[in-house]
Structure formats: C-alpha cells, structure tokens
Design a protein around this ligand. Structure first.
Ligand code: NAD
Length: 375
C-alpha cells in the first residue's frame, strides 16, 4: 500500500521522538512491503521563526495533501510563554489544526503494560488484571464552544458559560465509540451528568438509541462524578469510555497517569471523513528537550494508531504493540519509567523497538504472510 504522511514534528522533544517513530515506520515498510512517503512541515515555535506564524499556509497545504498527519508536539518553556515565538503557540497551532480539519473524535488508549505495573500509581491488587481502556472524547461541541461572559461590577460580578450539544454530533461520536468497541472487548461506558444537565439527558437518550444498532456490545451509563471514582477503584473493568468534550478532557487526563508516564500515551483525532491526526498525549517537554532522554513510545504508538485507523493496517499496528511490549519485558526503560533505575536514551529505546519488530516478524512470519496476501 502507498500512503502519504504529513510529518509535523513541532518543538521541544517533538523532533527527537518523531525520529524514532519514523524508524519504526521504515521497518514496517520493509516487513510488509508498503511505501510511506513522508513530507515534513513546520508547526509551532519552529514555524513562527521561519514564517512568522505558528501554522503557516505551507504546512496547511502539506497536511491537506496527505493521507494522515503524524504530529509531534508544540510549545515552549512555561516561563517563556509571553515571548513572541511562544505566545498562543498551542492555540495557534494544535487548536487551529483541529479546527481546520474539523476533528470531532478524540481517541486516547490507556494501557498499562504488565512490565510497568510497578510504575503505576495505583495499588498492585487494583492493577493485577491490567488496564486497557480507550477514551473516546467528543471534540467539537460542549461548554468550550458556547458563549462565555462575565458581567457586572467587582463584588457583584456574574459569569456565564453556555453548554450545548446537537443530537447529530452525539450520534456520530457514539457510532465511533461502538465501532471501536466492536474491535475490542465490546463494552461501552458512556459518561454524563444526566441527573442534572439537559445536554447529558439528550446525550444518554441518543447513545442508548445508537447502542441498539450494535447488539453485540454492552452499554452502561455512569455519572461523571461516580466515574471519576470508579476508574480508580476498578480501572480494569472499562473497555471503551465514551465522553462529551469537558468530561472527556478531565477523565482522560485522570486515567493517563495509569500508564506509568505521559510519555507512553498515544492519541488520535479524527474527522467525519475518517481523516486523522496522530500525536502523543504529552506536550513538548522543554525541560528535557535536546538531552536525548525523552520516551519515544507515545509517538511510536501514535504512528501505530495511524496505521490502524487511517490505513486499516491492523496486523502492522499489532506488530508495533508487540514490539513495544517485548522491549519493556526486555527491561529497557527511559528515565520517566525507570523508577530511579538504569535508563536508556531515546534512540536506544527506538532501536530496540525496531529490532524487536524485526524479530517479531521473523518469529511469526507475519510480514511475509501479509505481503503474500494470505489471511
Ligand atoms: P509536558 O507534557 O510537555 O511535560 C510534563 C512533564 O512530563 C515534564 O516533566 C516532561 O519532561 C514530562 N514528559 C512529557 N513527555 C515526556 C516524554 N515523552 N518522555 C519523558 N518525559 C516526558 O507539559 P508542560 O511542561 O506543561 O508543557 C510544555 C509545553 O508543551 C507548553 O508549551 C505547553 O503549551 C505544550 N503542550 C503542547 C501540547 C501539544 O502539542 N499537543 C500538549 C500539552 C502541552
């Protein structure tokens, strides 16, 4: 298969971890006989330096002419946010690109690899059976997109935020969640506040309706306040967690710590046409940028998600996950997951994952079978 990928590495650790993800994609090309044409574009502070803006038209064009976008991260050090290079960098680049392509579905898998159980913040008896959930968050509506107003004199001020949802938007995200669940453990937990909010009442009614078209899936509804406790008490019970924008923002950050480090987490943003942007959940980590110590796994798993969700390459996706798991079982750790023990560099971690990908394909014959076209 031939595919064109827009590679937008961004700032900070972005280019360092992207380099490792590209090595993994090259190995996938070798094993499976695909051709990935990668076209690099600037975004964030690096784009502001060259073009005077964070998301220049040159980058827009590269992204528009691709089959998928592989994104790194943008932004500068927290204490330099007012410098022109960094001011509003995230808003002008990542939020702008999400808006430009109308990404309405955000997927964030949270998996605790068994080799990292000791790095998890939760008690060992709670994580004994592992954690493997997929957060599905609606991105285009909710309170973030309504009117925001503050009026009145100091001492008597009144603030107002408008929350709204369209039935069609809820329907679309619910279908995305159930389709994802069909490829997993066939369970959807829908999170709302239907005991109070009109938006949530509509959400619950529409999600219940959509569930009828997926009779093989189990649907449960959980109120968001209860959910914030349940994910900590029994994280292994959740498969696909479907959430409106604001609740998804909060709960997906809460569960992200289960994976052991922000550096482990991939994500995908998709629009209604199925076009997608894939990026690690973390930021540009300026505190460790340029040191060669960042964890590349979140970026590598983002590339794996791209193969699965944009190109339908499920075997290739699973092969990368297998190689990552084997690398962790082999004991390799970057500093963020080393628990104070011996750590390896970004490129050593990437190289071992590529090596394990090769071994994985030799052992299973998976690449050879796929390129011959047999099941
Ligand atoms: P951050 O996610 O960049 O870093 C938080 C902490 O996690 C840091 O200590 C960092 O070293 C660590 N960390 C993150 N990724 C890591 C990795 N792969 N390996 C090892 N450790 C890792 O968040 P922050 O420090 O609050 O923000 C830094 C910059 O990133 C800001 O400018 C912010 O605006 C931007 N940001 C960008 C995005 C995005 O591009 N989507 C998202 C969040 C933050």
């Amino acid at each position: 298969m031939n595919k064109k990928i827009a590679v937008l590495s961004g700032d900070g650790i972005g280019p360092e971890i992207m380099m490792e993800a590209l090595k993994v994609l090259r190995k996938i090309e070798d094993i499976f006989g695909h051709k990935f044409e990668t076209v690099e574009g600037l975004i964030g502070g690096s784009a502001r330096e060259k073009y005077g803006e964070h998301f220049p038209k040159e980058t827009v064009s590269i992204a528009e002419n691709s089959d998928a976008i592989l994104f790194g991260s943008v932004g500068g050090p927290v204490d330099k946010q007012m410098e022109p290079k960094w001011r509003n960098c995230e808003t002008n680049s990542i939020l702008a690109i999400r808006k430009h392509f109308n990404f309405n579905v955000n997927l964030r898998p949270v998996k605790l690899y068994s080799a990292l159980k000791s790095s998890c913040v939760l008690r060992s008896d709670i994580v004994e059976n592992g954690i493997d959930m997929l957060c599905v968050r609606e991105l285009s509506q909710d309170v973030y997109f309504g009117k925001h107003e503050t009026s009145g004199e100091v001492g008597m001020r009144h603030a107002f935020d408008e929350m709204s949802y369209d039935e069609k938007v809820i329907e679309a995200i619910a279908h995305a969640a159930f389709k994802a669940a069909m490829l997993r453990r066939k369970k959807v937990t829908s999170v709302d506040k239907a005991n109070v909010l009109s938006c949530s009442k509509l959400w619950r009614e529409v999600v219940t309706g959509v569930a009828k078209t997926y009779p093989d899936c189990i649907l449960e509804h959980v109120l968001v306040d209860n959910m914030s406790m349940q994910v900590i008490r029994r994280p292994g019970d959740f498969d696909v967690v479907l959430m409106p924008n604001m609740f998804g923002d909060i709960i997906s950050d809460e569960v992200s710590v289960f994976a052991g480090s922000l550096g482990m987490l991939p994500s995908a943003s998709l629009n209604e046409k199925g076009f997608g942007l894939y990026e690690p959940s973390s930021g540009s980590a300026p505190d460790i940028a340029g040191k060669g110590i960042a964890n590349p796994i979140g970026q590598i798993l983002s590339a794996a998600m791209m193969l699965k969700f944009s190109f339908g390459m499920n075997i290739e996706h699973d092969a990368i996950l297998g190689a990552v798991e084997k690398t962790l079982v082999d004991g390799l750790r970057t500093g963020d997951i080393a628990d104070g023990g011996k750590s390896v560099s970004t490129s050593e971690m990437g190289a071992k994952i590529v090596e394990n990908l090769n071994r994985f394909s030799l052992l299973t014959g998976v690449g050879a079978r796929a390129s011959l076209g047999s099941p």
